[in-house]
Design a protein around this ligand. Structure first.
Ligand code: BV8
Ligand code: ZN
Length: 274
C-alpha cells in the first residue's frame, strides 16, 4: 500500500469515495507519464527545437503542414509502443465496480494518446480529440486511422533529432473521400472545443458529487477552470499530482505522488477500511 494510507486525509477521502454516487475524473498528460509518454510541459515536452504548444496550432499547420504532420506522426508512432499504466487500469476497475453498483464513474481526458480507451475505459470523453483520428481540411470527413505510417512519405520521418526535406502537401495524409489534405482531429491552441463536447462536459460537471484531478498542470483552458467551477458548487475536489498546481488551492485534498502509485490505493474497493 502506498504511504498515503498513513495520511489522515486518506481516511477522509475514502469516506467521501464510499458515499460518492457520481465520480468525475479529469486527467492530463501526467497520467500517461508512467507509460513513457512525454508530458507537455515537462522535460519531454520539446520536439526538435519546438514546444508542443508551438506546433499544436492552426497557424503552424497552415505555415508548414509537413512539419506539423512529422510532429504528429512521431507522437502516433511513439504512443503505439506504449501501454496503459496502473493509473489507467485503476480507473477502469473503478468504473466497472461503479457500474455494477448502479453508480456513475466518468473520465474527461485532455490527452490525445488514446491510452484510457486502450486500457478499457468506456465512460470517457477525449475533450481534445485523439492522435488516431483525422479530419479532412476540405470536406470535413472524420475517420479513425491507425495506419503506421499514416502515409508513405512519413515513413522514418519525424525523428526529434533530424530535420528532413519538406514533404509536398500532395504526399501528406489525404482524405479517402475527396483526396484533400487531412489534419489530426484534435483541438489546437486557439481553437474552441467542439460544441457537443462542451455540452457533455457541462452535463458531467453538473451531475458529479466527487471530482478527481489527475496529472494536469491546470494551465490549459477551459479544462483548467473545471476544478474551481466544481469546488464553487460545493463539490469536493481531490488532486493527484507530483507537484502543486492552480487546482491545488480549490482541492479538499492534494495527494502528492505518481498517479500509478496513488490511484490504485485511493480507488481500491471499499472494504473494512471504512
Ligand atoms: C479555447 C490537443 C476558446 C493537441 C491540447 C483563458 C485564459 C488563458 C488562455 C486561454 C483562455 N482560454 C483559451 C486560452 C488559450 C489556450 C490556453 O489555455 N493556453 C494556455 C497555454 C494558457 N486554450 C485554448 O486555446 C483552448 N481553446 O479555449 O477556445 C478560446 C480560443 C482562443 C482564445 C480564447 C478562447 C484549446 C486548448 C486545447 C489545446 N490542445 N491538446 C495536441 O495534444 O497535440 S492541450 C494539451 O495540453 C494536451 O492535451 C495536454 O493534455 C494539455 C494540458 O496539459 P497537461 O495535460 O496538464 O500536461 P502538462 O504537461 O502541462 O502537465 C502534466 C502534469 O502532470 C504536471 O502537473 C505534472 O506535475 C504532472 N505529472 C507528471 N508526471 C506525473 C504527474 N502527475 C501524476 N503522476 C505522474 N506520474
Ligand atoms: Zn475530404
Amino acid at each position: 500500500m502506498a504511504a498515503i494510507t498513513t495520511k489522515p486525509e486518506f481516511a477522509e477521502f475514502r469516506q467521501l469515495f464510499s458515499k460518492a454516487r457520481s465520480v468525475l475524473v479529469l486527467t492530463g498528460a501526467g497520467i500517461s507519464a508512467e507509460s513513457g509518454v512525454p508530458t507537455f510541459r515537462g522535460a519531454g515536452g520539446l520536439w526538435r527545437q519546438f514546444n508542443a504548444t508551438d506546433l499544436a496550432t492552426p497557424s503552424a499547420f497552415a505555415q508548414s503542414p509537413s512539419l506539423v504532420w512529422e510532429f504528429y506522426h512521431y507522437r502516433r508512432e511513439l504512443v503505439r509502443t506504449k501501454e496503459p499504466n496502473k493509473a489507467h487500469l485503476a480507473l477502469v476497475e473503478a468504473e466497472k465496480r461503479f457500474e455494477k453498483e448502479g453508480k456513475r464513474f466518468f473520465i474527461i481526458t485532455q490527452n490525445v494518446d488514446g491510452l484510457h480507451r486502450r486500457a478499457g475505459s468506456r465512460n470517457l470523453l477525449e475533450i481534445h480529440g485523439n492522435l488516431f483520428t483525422t479530419r479532412c481540411t476540405s470536406c470535413g470527413f472524420i475517420e479513425e486511422n491507425n495506419d503506421s505510417p499514416i502515409c508513405e512519405a512519413l515513413r522514418n520521418r519525424g525523428l526529434p533529432n533530424e530535420n528532413g526535406p519538406e514533404i509536398a502537401v500532395t504526399d501528406l495524409p489525404s482524405c479517402r473521400q475527396c483526396r484533400s489534405l487531412v489534419r489530426p482531429h484534435v483541438v489546437w491552441f486557439g481553437e474552441t472545443l467542439w460544441p457537443d463536447v462542451l455540452e457533455k462536459i457541462d452535463e458531467e460537471i453538473n451531475r458529479c458529487d466527487l471530482f478527481l484531478v489527475v496529472g494536469t498542470s491546470s494551465v490549459v483552458y477551459p479544462a483548467a477552470a473545471y476544478a474551481s467551477i466544481v469546488a464553487k458548487c460545493g463539490i469536493p475536489v481531490v488532486e493527484i499530482n507530483i507537484e502543486t498546481t492552480p487546482s491545488t488551492a480549490v482541492s479538499a485534498f492534494h495527494f502528492e505522488g505518481a498517479a500509478g502509485e496513488i490511484l490504485p490505493t485511493l480507488l481500491a474497493p471499499i472494504t473494512d477500511d471504512i
